[in-house]
Design a protein around this ligand. Sequence first.
Ligand SMILES: NC(=O)c1ccc[n+]([C@@H]2O[C@H](COP(=O)([O-])OP(=O)(O)OC[C@H]3O[C@@H](n4cnc5c(N)ncnc54)[C@H](O)[C@@H]3O)[C@@H](O)[C@H]2O)c1
Length: 250
Amino acid sequence: MGRMDKRVAIVTGGAGYLGRSHALHLASEGAAVVVADLADGSSVVEEIKAAGGKAISVITDVSDEDSVQGMVDATLSEYGRIDALLNNAAIVNGIQKPWTDISTEEWRRNIDVDLTSMFLCCSAVFPTMKAQSYGRIINISSGTVVLGFPNFLHYVSAKSGAVGFSRALASEVGSDNVTVNTIMVGLFPHDLPGIDIETVTQQCVAMQAIKRVGLPEDLSAALTFFLSEDAGWITGQSIAVDGGLVRTGG
Ligand SMILES: NC(=O)c1ccc[n+]([C@@H]2O[C@H](COP(=O)([O-])OP(=O)(O)OC[C@H]3O[C@@H](n4cnc5c(N)ncnc54)[C@H](O)[C@@H]3O)[C@@H](O)[C@H]2O)c1
């Protein structure tokens, strides 16, 4: 028995570096997984199926209301319910720049994809979760929010919004047995064009209590916990999973 048996989980950004790992892990815990990404998630679906799990890929632009509704319709048509939503999609490539170099267009796009998407996805899944009297939502934020990391102002602003969004939404949906929590993700280095990943990695590992680089699997236990029945009495919370990079809480 997995902790997500008979559950249906949507993972936005599920074709990405961390999203792939999250999708595989939730499937290994028994969930039927919807890999929702602007990019093609079919290879993630194949990996899940090869391991004996269930998954579909739905090309989705999380910043577009109609596209998000399409993601929900496809999920319901395939699996008939939605138990868990992992709002993980974000613009991560090419975002490192001094704040004076961020154009208004870039600012708006980041807020749209990284924050407004959470509103759109939560709004689209909520009627189903309410009808089921069951739902688990995680919004992915970032340790940069607490650190006030320089040169990511649009990103940090959107990810800060995710923390308040989760807390306030939790207050409004708790009576429908829907929980909303935030995971403040530390540094999980991978090839990110436009980011000086070596320097950022050195800075972060030096600040971490645990002096090694984070691996995607380091996030799996927290994700499954907050998306499972086990965490039914925990909502509106932020937890950092970051090797002790941030030690002040969200
Ligand atoms: N990797 C890290 O060090 C780190 C640190 C802190 C927070 N995070 C957060 O973790 C999450 C995953 O990051 P990652 O490192 O795997 O990055 P990634 O770029 O590998 O994954 C992001 C995914 O989001 C998708 N995406 C982008 N725009 C989209 C849109 N409009 N609609 C649907 N999908 C879209 C991309 O196609 C990609 O697959 C993000 O929310 C990121 O902010 C990552």
